[in-house]
Design a protein around this ligand. Structure first.
Ligand code: ADP
Ligand code: F6P
Length: 322
C-alpha cells in the first residue's frame, strides 16, 4: 500500500488533530503517502484532497477542532453517494482510507468496506457512545471542560444559595452527564437510559434545601425526553424547592479546546495503530482501546449497540450524591 487518505467526519472532538498527525507520521514510517480529505464525506464526493507531509501536521497535536474540517453529508448516506465516493478514491489512486469520527461516520466507513475498499475507523466523539472501545477520542477533554464549568457554577450557586439545572451534550448517550455528575458533585442526574421524572428532580432539590445544603446541582443529558424549559417551569413554579433556580446549557464549549494529555495519547496511539492495520492488509476494522492496550474489532460489531453504561456507575453516582 503506497497511497492512503484520512478524513475527519461528523461532530468534531478534541484530539482529532493529534489523530491526523499520527496517521500521517505513521504512514511515513511505512513509506505510505497520506492525503487529507477536507470536510469528511463532503470533500470525498467533491474530490477535495490535499497531500499531507510531516510539516503539514506540525504544531497541531495540542489544537482542538480539526485542520481538515468536518461535515455532515446526506448524499453519502445513499448507495449512489457511496459509489461516487469510491469512484473519487479510485480516480486518485488511493488504496486505503482512515475515517476519524463518531458512529455515523463509522457507518459511512463500513459502507465503503462493503464495497471492497480498504477502510479503518478511529472512534472520535465526545459522546462515548461507540460500543467497541472503552474510550473515544475527545471524551476525556469534554469531561474536563464540563467539570471546570461545574466548579465555577458551584461557586456562584453556593454564594446565592441557588439550584442549577445544567444541560450537557451526548445526543442519545448519558455518559458525559453521568460521569460529570460524579466528578462535579451533582445532587441528581437524568439521562436517556435512567431518566429521572421532573417531579423527582424537584423532590431531590427540595431535600437538599431542607437538609441545609448551600446549593444544589441537577445535570440533565440533552437526550432526555423532556425539554429543559419544562424542567425550569416546573421548578420555578414550585415553592417547595426552596432554592432559587437558574439554568446553564453548556453547549458547544464541550466540543472545543486543547485536548487533554489522555486524548493526545489515545489519538496518537490510535492513529499509528490504524496505519499498522491497513499496512497488514486488514479492512473493515475500528481501532479500539481495550483495557490499556490498542486493539481492533469489526466496525459492524463496534456499532451494533450504543456503548452500555454500567449500572455500577449509576450506583456510584447515587451513593456519592447523598
Ligand atoms: P458522527 O460521526 O459524529 O456520529 P453523524 O451521525 O452526523 O456524526 O455522521 C456523520 C456523517 O457520516 C453523515 O453526515 C453521513 O455523511 C455519514 N453517515 C452517517 N450515517 C451513515 C450511514 N448509515 N451510511 C453511510 N454514511 C453515513
Ligand atoms: O455527537 C457529538 C455531539 O456534540 C452531540 O453530543 C450533540 O448532540 C451533537 O453532536 C450536536 O451536533 P451539532 O454539531 O450539529 O450541533
Amino acid at each position: 500500500m503506497k497511497k492512503i487518505a484520512v478524513m475527519t467526519s461528523g461532530g468534531d472532538s478534541p484530539g482529532m488533530n493529534a489523530a491526523i498527525r499520527a496517521v500521517v507520521r505513521g504512514g511515513l514510517e511505512y513509506g505510505i503517502e497520506v492525503y487529507g480529505i477536507r470536510q469528511g464525506y463532503t470533500g470525498l464526493l467533491g474530490g477535495d484532497f490535499m497531500l499531507l507531509g510531516s510539516r503539514e501536521v506540525s504544531g497541531i497535536v495540542q489544537r482542538g477542532g480539526t485542520i481538515l474540517q468536518t461535515a455532515r453529508n446526506l448524499e453519502f448516506k445513499t448507495p449512489q453517494g457511496q459509489k461516487k465516493g469510491l469512484r473519487r478514491l479510485n480516480e486518485r489512486g488511493i488504496e486505503g482510507l482512515v475515517v476519524i469520527g463518531g458512529d455515523g461516520s463509522l457507518h459511512g466507513a463500513l459502507a465503503l468496506h462493503k464495497l471492497n475498499f480498504p477502510v479503518v475507523g478511529i472512534p472520535a466523539s465526545i459522546d462515548n457512545d461507540i460500543a467497541g472501545t472503552s474510550m473515544s477520542i475527545g471524551v476525556d477533554t469534554a469531561l474536563n471542560t464540563i467539570i471546570e464549568a461545574l466548579d465555577r457554577i458551584r461557586d456562584t450557586a453556593s454564594s446565592h444559595s441557588r439550584a442549577f439545572l445544567i444541560e450537557v451534550m451526548g445526543r442519545s448517550c448519558g455518559y458525559l452527564a453521568l460521569v460529570s455528575s460524579i466528578l462535579g458533585g451533582a445532587e441528581v442526574v437524568s439521562t436517556p437510559d435512567h431518566e429521572v421524572p421532573i417531579e423527582k428532580i424537584a423532590a431531590t432539590l427540595e431535600d437538599a434545601y431542607v437538609r441545609g445544603k448551600s446549593h444544589a446541582i441537577a445535570i440533565i443529558a440533552e437526550g432526555v425526553s423532556y425539554e429543559m424549559n419544562d424542567v425550569v417551569t416546573a421548578l420555578r413554579d414550585n415553592p417547595q424547592v426552596g432554592f432559587d433556580v437558574r439554568v446553564s446549557i453548556l453547549g458547544h464549549i464541550q466540543r472545543g479546546g486543547n485536548p487533554s494529555a489522555f486524548d493526545r495519547f489515545l489519538a496518537s496511539r490510535m492513529g499509528v495503530h490504524a496505519i499498522e492495520v491497513l499496512h497488514e492488509g486488514r479492512s473493515g476494522l475500528m481501532v479500539r482501546l481495550d483495557g490499556q492496550e490498542m486493539g481492533t474489532c469489526p466496525i459492524e460489531e463496534a456499532l451494533e449497540n450504543n456503548r452500555p453504561i454500567g449500572e455500577s456507575t449509576y450506583e456510584l453516582a447515587r451513593i456519592l450524591s447523598q
